[in-house]
Design a binder for this molecule. Structure first.
Ligand code: DQA
Length: 145
C-alpha cells in the first residue's frame, strides 16, 4: 500500500463556485483540490483527484484504488443519498474512507439526511465548507499514524 490518497467528487461538483454559492460558497472545485493537495503534501501523502458526473466512473475509480491507495476521500454529491453501487464498491475497498460534504446535509431537506456512504466510511466531515478538505486529509494522516 502506498501513501496515495484518492479524492473523488460526484455529480455537479464541477460547478462549484457558480452553483448555489449561498450553500456551497464561492470557491471552485480546483480551489478545493488545491487545498487538499497542499494538506496532503504537508502530511507526506500524494493526492490523486477525479470528478465525474457518472456513477460508474466513480465505481471504477474505487475499484482502481484497491490495493493501491491508502485512503479515499469522497464527496459523492447527491449520489450520497441513494447510490448503493458506491456503497458496495467502498465496502470492497480495504483502505481508509472519509466521507466529505461542504454543507451539512443533516441540517437540510429530509431526503439528504440518509447517506448510503456513511455505513462504509471510517468517518464523515460535514458542514465546514472548504476547510473540510484539510480536515479530511488530517483525518487520513491520523488514521495512518
Ligand atoms: C454535497 C451535499 C449533497 O446533498 C448535494 O447533493 C451535493 C453537495 C455537499 O458537499 O454539501 O451535491 O455533497
Amino acid at each position: 500500500m502506498t501513501s496515495t490518497v484518492l479524492l473523488l467528487h460526484g455529480p455537479n461538483l464541477n460547478l462549484l463556485g457558480e452553483r448555489e454559492p449561498e450553500i456551497y460558497g464561492s470557491a471552485t472545485l480546483e480551489d478545493h483540490v488545491a487545498t487538499a493537495r497542499t494538506a496532503a503534501e504537508g502530511a507526506g501523502l500524494t493526492l490523486e483527484h477525479l470528478q465525474s458526473n457518472h456513477e460508474g466512473d466513480l465505481v471504477e475509480a474505487i475499484h482502481g484504488a484497491r490495493g493501491r491507495c491508502a485512503a479515499i476521500i469522497i464527496n459523492p454529491g447527491a449520489l450520497t443519498h441513494y447510490a448503493w453501487s458506491l456503497h458496495d464498491a467502498l465496502a470492497a475497498y480495504d483502505g481508509i474512507v472519509v466521507e466529505l460534504h461542504l454543507s451539512n446535509p443533516n441540517a437540510r431537506e429530509p431526503w439528504r439526511h440518509t447517506s448510503v456512504i456513511s455505513p462504509v466510511a471510517d468517518g464523515s466531515i460535514v458542514g465546514f465548507g472548504g476547510h473540510g478538505y484539510a480536515l479530511a486529509v488530517e483525518a487520513v494522516r491520523w488514521k495512518l499514524s
